[in-house]
Design a protein around this ligand. Structure first.
Ligand code: IMP
Length: 428
């Protein structure tokens, strides 16, 4: 089986984009299966900076990109991103981008709902305000518009009317202005041909490609702890972010997904609100933020920083079926006197080795740490495991044991080749 699914094993921003970019060199197809333009990553290729949110990053490496049915697709954001890529010299055509006909559309009304909901919440989630959550709400509420509807003008108008009936009643109840058919329908009809040119039966395309032995790389967005079931609900995103979502979100069967690569930083970060047991609100947290450049790609928000939560990581390995881990940003820990890893929690005086489902219990969880010596010789830029200082090797080996999964890759710097390859995920 030559496919690889890349998933975030923490709270997002683990450096998945960079690893996907690295692995894309070996893949034939790179497929997105969840989330929307709430995701974001930056790629620097030949001195050009590509900021991607919706487009699969393999496009930049000349691979075919797929946007699966599990993605919440904002057509305006997509077209704007394509235009930005074309300004950088990357041509996006139906030959290198395929969009699933059954993907859900994110519309301006969803952005407005996202904003209004955040204002209405007594305790805001800190969403990206891209409208992703409300679009998924409409999907499971069975009133959403889908990409294929753009090809059917009459049906599109009918479905839009039904959606507006529902959503405008909500706006009216809050004393807010709703949306009119006259403002939305022309916009949708205008963008329709520009989106429809990319549409094909993605499920069939991926199954055929897999039958032919082509390598598919699944690019997960967000991370296990932001999963709508497995994350710290309700401080989560609205989609399933674990590896099995690659099957439901593209139409390639679960048994054909291949190797699951979980990505974790050597420490932990979180954007937005919600429990984060190992958060460091001190000078070490600030140091991790500065040295790790921990600010959102899309929103610029500073990320909360803390020690690696090994107990949480172990849980992610289990629920997402992670076969091996990529440990990123090891160099950010260079020069620290000591490094802690959380190995379990104390909740109401009781020791537990997993994060319970209850938000209240998660918020009370006090980390139990194992302490490691820091290293004085920098790991930055190292390309061989044997060249790492002994303390760094000990730390890395212990991560494998605590997490319960072997490491296949370690990144030691921002450059593409600042990578230690222990095993090639496509070859395992
Ligand atoms: P939403 O996905 O915009 O609804 O935001 C819900 C939560 O997920 C918020 O805490 C966001 O900060 C978080 N989130 C969404 N996308 C990402 C991401 O790509 N990286 C990190 N956090 C994210």
């Amino acid at each position: 089986m030559s496919n690889v699914v890349v998933v975030g094993a923490q709270w997002g921003d683990e450096g998945k984009g960079r690893l996907v970019d690295w692995l894309a060199g070996e893949a034939d197809i790179v497929a997105r299966y969840n989330g929307g333009h709430n995701a974001g990553h930056t790629l620097v290729v030949d001195g050009k900076t590509y900021k991607l949110a919706l487009l699969p990053s393999g496009l930049v490496r000349g691979k075919c990109g797929v946007i699966g049915n599990g993605v919440a697709l904002d057509p305006e954001a997509l077209l704007a991103e394509i235009a930005r890529m074309e300004q950088l010299g990357l041509t996006v055509t139906p030959d290198n981008l395929a969009i699933a006909a059954n993907a859900t559309l994110v519309l301006p009304i969803h952005r407005a709902v996202d904003l209004a909901q955040e204002k209405l919440r007594r305790e805001p989630i800190g969403t990206t305000l891209r409208g992703i959550g409300p679009a998924y709400e409409d999907k499971v509420g069975r009133r959403g518009l889908r990409v294929c509807d753009l090809a059917e003008p009459d049906l599109l108008a009918k479905k839009l009317d039904a959606l507006l009936d529902y959503r405008n009643a909500w706006f009216k109840g809050l004393g807010l202005d709703g949306f009119s058919r006259d403002s939305m329908l022309p916009m949708l009809r205008d963008i329709a041909p520009r989106v429809l040119r990319f549409v094909r039966p993605v499920w069939a395309y991926l199954n055929e490609a897999s039958d032919e032995g082509k390598k598919i790389l699944f690019e997960g967005s967000q991370a296990v702890m932001l999963d709508v079931d497995w994350g710290s609900y309700p401080y989560v995103t609205s989609s399933s972010t674990i590896a099995s979502a690659a099957a439901t979100g593209t139409g390639l069967g679960a048994s054909r997904l291949g190797h699951v690569l979980g990505v974790t930083k050597a420490y932990a970060t979180r954007v937005g609100e919600g429990p984060f047991p190992t958060e460091l609100q001190n000078e070490i947290g600030a140091m991790l933020r500065d040295r790790g450049r921990e600010f959102g790609v899309n929103t610029g928000r500073p990320r909360r920083c803390g020690w690696l939560d090994g107990a949480q990581l172990r849980q992610s390995v289990k629920v997402s079926g992670i076969d091996s881990l990529a440990l990123t940003k090891l160099d950010v820990l260079d020069g620290l006197d000591f490094i802690d890893i959380c190995v379990g929690y104390e909740i109401n005086g009781q020791r537990t080795d997993f994060l319970p489902a209850s938000l209240a219990a998660q918020s009370r969880a006090k980390p139990v740490y194992e302490r490691f010596m820091g290293w004085s010789q920098p790991v930055k830029g190292q390309k061989r495991f044997s060249d790492l200082p002994r303390e760094a090797r000990d730390f890395v080996k212990r991560v494998e044991v605590i997490a319960g999964a072997p490491l296949s890759l370690i990144t030691t710097g921002p450059e593409r080749n600042d990578t230690i390859v222990l095993h090639d995920p496509f070859e395992i």
